[in-house]
Design a binder for this molecule. Structure first.
Ligand code: AMP
Length: 193
């Protein structure tokens, strides 16, 4: 595994992204009003996923951010963290850890319940997925209120992992989710609204 930060690669990718590059990526993300329920403006990434230049660029940029944090594992949050996370892990030559919705993982799990605006939700990971002090970067597609990523961070913490980064393709900055995430991990996103 190459853990050396390739500064020229970061510069070549233009991180942090120029407004021009952000606009280009944003042009590949489709707004779907009232999905999955009224009042939600859903950020649909599928046009980006099928655009080879934009998808390659987004993955390369996120990969270099992750590489700089020297993780032992990339942990992806179900479901769209499973689209991005494993590619990043493969590119870095590190393992991938799935964090899943309840009842999906077959072996002994560690679970964590967390509060939603109305009610609670739950995520699980295999109890032997990581070991004490393993460096982990969490990846999800989008940061909204921060509830999901915050719960995934806590879940990793319960297992003793060292979450060094939490990365997203999209951040809905106007919701302030970043401020609710632990400040000892590097929080990064490719584009922000
Ligand atoms: P949150 O826990 O509020 O930060 O929500 C983040 C999770 O919900 C991520 O796994 C996203 O995939 C999903 N999500 C929340 N809001 C949106 C949105 N507006 N568009 C697409 N996905 C969203």
């Amino acid at each position: 595994m190459s853990t050396q930060v390739d500064k020229s690669k970061l510069e070549q990718l233009g991180l942090p992204l120029s407004t021009e590059k952000q606009d280009w990526i944003k042009s590949k993300i489709r707004d779907i009003p009232d999905f999955p329920k009224p009042g939600i403006m859903f950020k649909d990434l599928t046009p980006l996923l099928k655009d080879v230049d934009a998808f390659t660029f987004a993955i390369d940029a996120l990969t270099e951010k992750c590489r700089a944090l020297n993780p032992k594992y990339i942990a992806g949050i179900e479901a769209r963290g499973f689209i991005l996370g494993p590619i990043i892990a493969y590119k870095l030559g590190v393992g991938f850890v799935p964090i899943r919705k309840p009842g999906k993982l077959p072996h002994v799990v560690q679970k964590l319940e967390y509060a939603l605006e109305y009610g609670t939700d739950c995520i699980e990971v295999h109890a032997d997925a990581v070991e004490k002090n393993d460096r982990v970067v969490l990846i999800d597609d989008l940061l909204a209120t921060g509830g999901t990523a915050g719960a995934a961070y806590k879940l990793m913490q319960v297992l003793g992992a060292n979450v060094v980064g939490i990365g997203f393709l999209v951040e809905l900055a106007f919701l302030g989710g970043r401020t609710k995430l632990p400040q000892d991990a590097e929080i990064f996103s490719l584009i922000s609204y």
